[in-house]
Design a protein around this ligand. Sequence first.
Ligand code: GLV
Ligand code: MN
Ligand code: MN
Length: 404
Amino acid sequence: MTFQPLAEIADIGRDRELGGWSRHLLDPADRALREWFVGRAQELGLQTEVDANANIWAWWGEPGPDSVVTGSHLDSVPGGGAFDGPLGVVSALEAVGRLRSTGFVPRRPLAVVAMAEEEGSRFSVACLGSKLLSGALPAERALGLRDRDGFSLAETLDRAGLAPERAGRDPGALSRIGLFVELHVEQGRGLIELDSPVGLASNILGHGRWRLVFDGEGNHAGATRMQDRRDPMVAAAATVAAIPAVAMAHPGSRATVGRVRAVPGGTNVIASRVEVFLDARAEDDLLTRRLVHEITELAAARAAENGCSSRLVEDSWLPTVHFDPAVREGLADALAPGFGTVPVLPTGAGHDAGVLSEYVPTAMIFVRNPSGVSHAPAEWASAEDCWAGVDALTAVLTAHLAAR
Ligand code: GLV
Ligand code: MN
Ligand code: MN
């Protein structure tokens, strides 16, 4: 059985080349999804608005202080799964639809939000919409970010009819949020092992993105003898091959290279530069820093061995997030009648909820993912568990909207 609310958007952004779905900020797939979201929200009688940071809000009631906000993101990683992001958005619409159809009268405003560019797949900074909104990322820095085709974020917002000069910290939007709840598919094996359809988040591993940039000498693949080369690809490859051992020496930490860029990138060209995109995470921020430091030293050694140089560029960083236990308790109480004691678990994945938790009361609900796979087409959740997620979100919204 498929989860019908997600099946509705399954054809948008399917990636025939990579498999799965590719939906990146304001590309045709993302624009189609955003239009679909606005249409569905309006069918439910919600008032929609797009803020200056490209986040879309759908309001039930007059936007104002102490609002309950729920939602997630519609964008994906390249060739990603169908659930990471959209599950939280469609579940929020379903929950609101249910409440409205029963004649429920909220005592606080409610908004369903679709946050922009959570995955950072286009502009390389994760949680772009929430980081801009909260001021965690200054607009001056963000607007100059460029995608793989060289377009800046400023140009991209401008082309979409949004005013880049208005992008950035939005104290008005932030001050309206009295509670933010993000429902999300679980991305590891946590809820499989806990044998539960839903769970609540305790913490998010601190994580960031870095680039190891190796510079060498661009040259001819046929005319340059092996002993005469300064090949940054060889230095980069040797570094990447040694990274797992560095991370495994720090139990619980994770280091991943999922993307490499060779410049200029010709089969018969020795690269002049190679950029290795590093994602590193750990529960302890000092440990993450140490891990990245050790990998940087490793890169320097492999670069020197190959007559190259190396340097580290930090693209983004989000410290470990511990969600407020009092807010989580409020959700647990709302869930108790229908679900009993709901398990609490950490996540290694980043979320807009993690960014926003520093500014507003925030909690997360996870839905079991029996595949244990995420950021890949095999990511999955059963329809039964997705509906359990909608039940859970409905219970949480009911409890929080009924009281002020
Ligand atoms: C986003 O899903 C991330 O964890 O990078
Ligand atoms: Mn993701
Ligand atoms: Mn996500």
